[in-house]
Write a protein of this length. Structure first.
Length: 453
């Protein structure tokens, strides 16, 4: 059953070539930051391609509550900022819905302004610990009053006289790092964050894009990020790159479906996110980066993926896992059509995602005629080569959107159709997946609505 009611079984069938342009959704991480930094700049920031999911819309509403003007005109969001330190005290409680990223970044952005705000969220967000954010914010001089364990609802009182901070993050977390850097904007002098393990660097790139003086270097302690406080941030024109994790599905479908030529425009290629595409190129994929450029401090390109009948299995470097952790399920689908073995080590985090993704993919691939071996933190797919994957199974998705999409991609190139027990959860990350794929020529849809062939 889907979390939203009745399960919706879906089926995909062997398809003729996929052709056209795949407009995948915008990147969520960058959408949040574009709104918050736009609100802290002086003047009007214009944002196109914003991901208009509920999490991001909640952040837009919060920026209005702190005094920024945020409105959508046509396809473009206009954010008129109040400047660093210019946040007004909100009259209402700030409800961040389900978004951990939203609430943690907003707390950081206000912590060094002498105002107070009350934060809450939905039942899920209100269970999540906020002490990992409020502990470093206290070092700046802010005070937090929440429920036990530092949970929401929580009142944050900003620092009267903010002090710059030097902070080593206890766990690898882009959210903690970003909250500290945003707080450092309104503290005098230099705020320094030290990361033992580098995390996604969207905040550093975008802060630099807005005109902050920020540097990072790798030293004996790890990555040391230094921010000069009290800059005047300049408004930007931002085209939010499209999400590389969503792009993975039309790209991989094109590689395994005969006669395909698909262009996926404006994909973010941040090195901390783009490991899948480099892995596919190593396997011999006809995957080309066209028109490389920078948007809002982020590397971006248009991806052209064409049918690649001569893929070969490879050893995927374990150190690449962090940059493609969500893409291993669909990589294993491509690996099934390669010649030889693809070995994927260093992936134990896959066992604690929305489902145990190694187990879910292994069971489903075996049911479709593919040999898979798996251990606690590795798995191996024995490729059968193009045109030799039987398919024909009904696969359990375990309410996991990426498992559902991966097996629907598989069925586009198997001999017999592939059915997934529930495609409903796909809407959480990629609501337009089905019409987008059908528009390219994919034969997929609701299992009960398809005529017998």
């Amino acid at each position: 059953m889907s979390s939203h009611g009745e399960a919706r079984a879906m089926v995909s069938r062997k398809s003729a070539g996929l052709r056209g342009q795949a407009e995948v959704p915008g990147d969520k991480s960058i959408s949040h930051r574009a709104l918050i930094l736009g609100a802290l700049a002086v003047g009007e920031t214009r944002v196109s391609g914003l991901l208009e999911g509920q999490d991001v819309l909640d952040t837009a509403r919060a920026m209005r509550a702190f005094g920024a003007e945020v409105e959508k005109r046509g396809d473009v969001w206009h954010v008129t900022g109040v400047g660093v330190g210019g946040f007004a005290e909100p009259a209402q409680v700030i409800d961040c819905g389900n978004s951990g990223t939203g609430v943690r970044l907003i707390m950081g952005a206000m912590a060094t302004t002498p105002i107070s705000a009350t934060f809450t969220g939905d039942a899920s967000l209100n269970k999540r610990p906020m002490a990992r954010i409020t502990d470093p914010l206290r070092l700046f001089g802010a005070h937090a009053y929440g429920r036990s364990g530092g949970r929401l609802p929580l009142v944050l009182v900003g620092a009267e006289q903010a002090m710059p901070v030097r902070y080593a993050t206890p766990v690898p977390s882009a959210q903690v790092k970003s909250a500290v850097l945003l707080a450092g904007l309104n503290a005098p002098g230099e705020t320094v964050v030290i990361e033992r393990e580098a995390t996604r660097d969207h905040s550093e790139r975008m802060l630099a894009g807005f005109g902050a003086v920020i540097s990072s270097e790798d030293g004996p302690e790890g990555r040391v990020i230094t921010l000069q406080g009290q800059p005047e941030l300049r408004p930007q024109v931002i085209a939010v790159p499209r999400d590389p994790s969503s792009a993975a599905f039309p790209v991989c479908a094109a590689l395994i479906t005969e006669g395909s030529d698909v262009l996926v425009p404006n994909i973010g290629l941040n090195p901390t996110r783009a490991g899948l595409f480099f892995t596919l190129q190593e396997m011999g994929a006809d995957l080309v980066f066209e028109n490389p450029r920078e948007e809002g401090g982020e590397p971006v390109a248009d991806l052209r993926a064409r049918f690649s009948p001569n893929l070969r299995g490879i050893e995927v470097p374990a150190e690449r896992a962090a940059s493609m952790i969500d893409e291993y399920p669909v990589l294993s689908v491509v690996a099934a059509f390669a010649e030889g073995r693809t070995h994927m080590p260093g992936v134990k985090e896959l066992r604690v995602k929305e489902s145990d993704r190694i187990e879910a993919m292994a069971v489903g691939l075996r049911a479709c005629g593919v040999t898979v071996e798996a251990g606690e933190d590795w798995w191996t797919v024995e490729g059968r080569g193009f045109g030799a994957v039987p398919g024909g199974a009904t696969v359990a998705t375990h309410l996991d959107h990426r498992i559902a999409m991966s097996f629907l991609v598989l069925g586009l190139a198997t001999e017999a159709p592939v059915t997934v027990d529930d495609g409903g959860p796909i809407a959480t990350s990629f609501p337009v997946f089905e019409p987008l794929m059908r528009g390219l020529g994919a034969d997929l849809g609701a299992a009960d609505a398809d005529p017998a062939r």
